[in-house]
Design a protein around this ligand. Structure first.
Ligand code: ZN
Length: 127
């Protein structure tokens, strides 16, 4: 391990400790649970939900196989939504540069389809 790697690790550990101290100050309680993503201890917030200070996000614990399935479906939908949003961004740029009517028509149709799909995903995630 190089010297700069050690420094980097020390800084990261330091930051994680600071984040955890902040959570305790905010009144969250530390639990014996470990974050599946980063192995940091998880905290319980006011709504009794698990929270990882290092990842800075809510952690949902699956209680049975159905939960695991639901969580992974929602994760997949979120991923698809992210990809569609990136495409919308690119298509918007193309539309702004395009002046040929037929191409514009194709691009706006595509944009419309992407927006419809995002709306469908939002409905699925809500239900
Ligand atoms: Zn984490």
């Amino acid at each position: 391990m190089r010297y700069c790697d050690i420094i980097m690790n020390v800084d990261e550990t330091d930051l994680a400790i600071k984040k955890m101290a902040n959570l305790l100050k905010k009144g969250l309680t530390m639990t014996a649970e470990i974050c599946p993503a980063c192995n940091s201890p998880l905290f319980l917030d006011k709504n009794k939900e698990l929270f990882c200070g290092a990842c800075d996000k809510k952690v949902v614990k699956a209680t049975d196989d159905q939960d695991v399935e639901n969580i992974s479906i929602e994760g997949n939908l979120q991923m698809v939504k992210k990809i569609l949003n990136q495409k919308i961004e690119k298509i918007s740029i193309l539309i702004s540069k395009e002046s040929e009517i037929e191409t514009l028509n194709n691009l706006t149709t595509l944009l419309n389809n992407l927006l419809n799909n995002i709306s469908k995903i939002n409905n699925l995630i809500k239900n």
